[in-house]
Design a protein around this ligand. Structure first.
Ligand code: MEV
Length: 444
């Protein structure tokens, strides 16, 4: 055992109970037996199922349950979906469901994949003449592609592979730094491992081919590979989702006090504000990502990759802007969203995680393009729901109503108290202090 008890050697080798007990003693200052019991409550009853979950990560102590919900009534390109969403924030699923229901009677969502290109980079240092490197690269480009056939063969059978590659000179920004940027089609897989394997092979072959060439001096032959890795920025793996209807069909809001025209004008203004101000754009896009991440997670995809890419895309013209846009013209309300979503429906967790597999089944086992469309529509629905609330009743009314359950849980309310509270707060403003007062009065 290390001298400082907060440091430890061989943690990963310890059993689960031992790990929890050690943490309880040294970090929680709590009774290890109690803490082990608490963590163990979230272990899967089925030993095999638990083994599978443990295998997804390292140093696993237990499982961290997050609600898995459904937003029904999503009409997308004339097919109705019940969309699985994994999220811990109250009101997100309800908001998506409301927006889906609202649009199902107004033509539903239309979505279209615009492109599916993925990107990878070999970053390297070359100290020779730029001209020589570029003309050499042109001569070996095809060979490089052929040289990864052992990796790409299966992908090519499915319609994917290495699409193209280019050499980029970054020496103005970093001394002697060049980049081989490669483009890939990975069909229904997210393709991270496929891309990274190809890139590492490109790196090895680039070095070998230069070393074998007579055109380079000994010094020039010393290509130093800095790193080979995919880029999570995939601006050409793009999907567009849209809703539109006549302004007159939007209905009225706030008990008929806000007309369809007023609603459309305010809604458009709200979107425009998020297009000009990064402070608002960040929150606006966060709302979109509430929907997107939930489906990305439910289907076993990498939400960090999708998040990172979305935000880079949102700032592609140098200013961070809203991912969605709105136009009210000639009596038509049109609201749409364009963003890159690099996901897969095969490989990774998609078939390994039993609930991710079920999510995909619920969606009719879509291919990656269909899933991109579904995810984009949920993002748009989420954004519509948020802006509809924000520009009419305000966000807190709905939020706090949904949050009531969480507040009551904080006061350890019984089922009977929860029922009474829900009835009482039906027409009142929910706040922590109001709920505390209500519960205290009830318990007197
Ligand atoms: C909350 O999770 C998301 C919103 O803040 C989004 C928005 O402001 O557009 C409601």
């Amino acid at each position: 055992m290390a001298e400082n008890e907060k440091e430890i050697a061989g943690f990963s080798k310890m059993g689960k109970r031992e790990k929890i007990a050690w943490l309880a003693k040294n970090f929680l200052y709590a009774n290890p037996v109690e803490v082990v019991k608490e963590f163990a409550e979230y272990w899967h009853d089925n030993v095999e199922a638990q083994k599978l979950l443990d295998g997804f990560s390292e140093n696993t102590l237990t499982n961290f349950p997050v609600p898995f919900g459904i937003a029904p009534n999503f009409r997308i390109n004339d097919v109705v979906y019940a969309v699985p969403m994994v999220i811990e924030e109250s009101s997100v699923v309800a908001a998506a469901s409301n927006a889906a229901k609202y649009w199902i009677t107004r033509g539903g969502f239309k979505a279209e994949v615009l492109s599916t290109k993925k990107v990878g980079q070999v970053h390297f240092i070359y100290q020779g003449a730029r001209r020589k490197l570029f003309s050499f690269f042109d001569t070996i480009k095809e060979e490089l592609k052929q040289g990864v056939k052992h990796i790409t063969a299966k992908m090519e059978e499915r319609g994917g592979g290495v699409v193209d590659m280019e050499l980029i000179d970054f020496t103005d920004a970093e001394k002697d730094y060049y980049q081989l940027r490669a483009y890939f089609e990975t069909v229904d897989s997210m393709g991270a491992n496929f891309i990274n394997s190809c890139l590492e092979e490109f790196g090895i072959q680039l070095q070998a081919k230069i070393a074998a060439s007579n055109n380079f001096s000994e010094k020039e032959k010393e290509i130093e590979i800095i790193m080979c890795i995919l880029s999570n920025y995939t601006p050409e793996c793009l999907v567009r989702a849209e809703v539109s209807c006549k302004v007159s069909e939007l209905g009225t809001f706030e008990n008929g006090t806000v007309s369809a025209e007023e609603f459309a004008a305010n809604f458009q203004r709200a979107v425009n504000i998020a297009r000009i101000d990064p402070y608002r754009a960040t929150t606006h896009n966060k709302g979109i990502m509430n929907g997107i991440d939930s489906v990305v997670l439910a289907t076993g995809n990498d939400f960090r990759a999708v998040e990172a890419c979305a935000h880079t895309y949102a700032s592609r013209d140098g200013v961070y802007r809203s991912l969605s846009e709105c136009k009210v013209e000639n009596g038509i309300f049109k609201f749409w969203l364009t963003l890159p979503i690099a996901i897969g429906t095969v490989g990774g967790l998609t078939s390994l995680h039993p609930l991710a597999k079920r999510s995909l089944e619920l969606l009719g086992n879509p291919n990656a393009k269909k899933l991109m469309e579904i995810i984009a529509c949920v993002g748009l629905a989420q954004n519509f729901a948020a802006l509809r609330s924000l520009t009419t009743v305000g966000i807190q009314a709905g939020h706090m109503k949904m949050h009531l359950t969480n507040i009551l849980a904080g006061f350890k309310a019984t089922d009977e108290e929860v029922d009474k509270a829900k009835k009482y707060f039906d027409d009142k403003t929910v706040s922590v202090s109001a709920v505390r007062e209500f519960i205290e009065t009830l318990r007197k």
